[in-house]
Design a protein around this ligand. Structure first.
Ligand code: G2I
Length: 459
């Protein structure tokens, strides 16, 4: 907005003098118009994200709150904070049952004083545990874990927008399995126990699962996906999934598709620890991540893991939006432009069904059509189910898969098998569709995705 001269400014007055009284009126009109046309364009990351109904945050260590260059940028540009280390177990409970909240509280106060959201990070993690925790196991450790969740979530009750209840519980590599850790060895149900305990302590906070290397469709993200789907089916309280997005020099091509498949399970998604190696692709990748979030309705915000390059845990990669002198980098401008122009809050075209080739039934029944995104060796399919002129109470969509294709995951429907001709039956919450209404389900797999128009049977 700096370039728009305002009525009282010297620039405006000198221009009005040159133009005379009639010219002054025109100048007012021009200035007003200019102000109006830029009114919806945010001039900072936070305000631009807010225009799109989202937040833009940064990870902040408490000791940097006394660095005025740091807080100058933070308070101007960001409207959410994640404490970088201050709410981790070693920081909040250094000895058993002795809680220390000083630095965490400092960050929360700063956020509140500046109208920023706080993402709580993190209640349970295999790393950064105090020594006393590392010496426990079995039911003693399980009790200590749940006590920790209860105490910390209760201390911050009502002040946290979203908690990373559990951080990084899945293994890297192709197994899609849980990571081995002292927490995991207390029993596979430790994650759901943590979510239920956190919900009881702070019912208003959104409860997230957070992880890295889950930024495309791969074995690890599918492992997390299956857990979230299972939690939703069984009523375990989970509200969001965090994608850390510590990225190198390429963005997974299915980054947005991956966010969308989680969102389709009925959880919010958030980019929680974004940083990207500096190089020729940095600004483009930052823009692409921002656009992907804007294109997924349930992507509620983006957090970068630090403010300036020298604040980063990987400072050698210069991975952030401000350089070490606090100047805006090209990546900053790319993000701001993407926030101001890139996308809306409506879902992207890729999830919008193509025009129906079969007309909807005139009396009763349902129709279904497919949107398929493929890559060599795999695919994701979205199926759009539409009711005819009367309401549908239960539906089944039959899809015949090409030979060799195997379904590896289905959401919002129950498949009868994993290959050949598969009947997808509605699940509890999406069986009833009003007259003319619609619902979506999806599946992914290996091999070649389906094509054509599937059959849909109501009832
Ligand atoms: O490793 C990057 C991030 C991956 N996802 C979870 C995040 O919580 C994690 O953040 C980093 C912090 O940025 C570092 O600042 O987590 C590290 C710990 O695993 C943090 O580093 C630690 C140092 O290892 C400790 O020596 C130091 O005492 O920071 C501590 C506090 O300054």
């Amino acid at each position: 907005m700096d370039h728009v001269p305002h009525r009282g400014t010297p620039r405006f007055r000198s221009r009005a003098r040159l133009l005379g009284p009639a010219g002054a009126a025109i100048a007012v009109a021009v200035a007003t118009l200019a102000a109006a046309t830029t009114a919806n364009a945010g001039t900072t990351l936070g305000s631009a994200a807010a225009e799109k109904g989202r937040y833009f945050g940064a990870a902040v260590p408490a000791f940097k709150l006394s660095d005025s260059q740091f807080t100058g940028i933070l308070d101007r540009e960001f409207n959410a904070i994640t404490p970088e280390n201050e709410m981790k177990w070693d920081a909040t409970e250094p000895s058993q049952n002795q809680f220390r909240y000083t630095s965490g509280d400092q960050i929360v106060s700063h956020a509140q004083a500046h109208g920023m959201k706080v993402r709580g990070h993190t209640l349970l993690w295999h790393a950064q545990q105090p020594a006393w925790v590392q010496n426990l196991s079995g039911s003693t450790l399980r009790s200590a874990m749940m006590n920790h969740v209860t105490q910390v979530a209760t201390h911050y009750k009502g002040q946290i927008y979203a908690w990373d209840v559990v951080n990084e519980a899945f293994a890297d590599g192709g197994s899609g399995a849980r990571r081995d850790s002292n927490l995991q060895r207390t029993g596979n149900d430790w994650i759901e126990a943590a979510f239920r305990t956190a919900r009881a302590a702070d019912p208003a906070a959104k409860l997230c699962y957070n992880d890295y290397n889950t930024d495309g469709i791969n074995a690890k993200s599918t492992g997390v996906y299956n857990m979230v789907r299972d939690f939703k089916t069984r009523g375990v309280p989970i509200d969001c999934v965090g994608f850390q997005s510590h990225l190198g020099t390429t963005l997974p091509s299915d980054y947005q598709t991956n966010l969308q498949r989680f969102a389709d399970l009925g959880v919010d998604v958030q980019i929680t620890e974004l940083d990207i190696t500096q190089g020729s692709n940095q600004a483009n990748m930052y823009a692409a991540v921002t656009k992907a979030c804007l294109a997924v309705t349930r992507c509620t915000g983006i957090t970068t893991w630090g403010v300036r390059d020298n604040d980063s845990w990987r400072s050698g990669d210069n991975p952030l939006l401000f350089d070490s002198n606090g100047n805006k980098k090209p990546a900053y401008t790319a993000v701001l432009n993407a926030l101001n122009t890139g996308g809306t809050t409506t879902p992207p075209p890729s999830t919008t069904p193509p025009p129906t080739t079969t007309p909807p039934p005139s009396g009763s029944g349902c129709t279904a059509n497919l949107t398929v995104q493929s890559w060599p060796g795999g695919f994701v399919t979205n199926v759009h189910v539409t009711a005819g002129s009367t309401a549908v109470n239960g539906w089944t969509v039959r899809i015949t898969l090409p030979a060799g294709t195997v379904i590896t995951g289905t959401w919002s429907a129950q498949p009868s098998g994993t290959n050949g001709t598969v009947d997808f039956r509605n699940v509890d919450y999406n069986g009833q569709i009003g007259a003319g209404g619609s619902t979506d389900f999806g599946f992914q797999g290996t091999g070649v995705g389906p094509s054509g128009t599937p059959s849909c049977t109501a009832g």
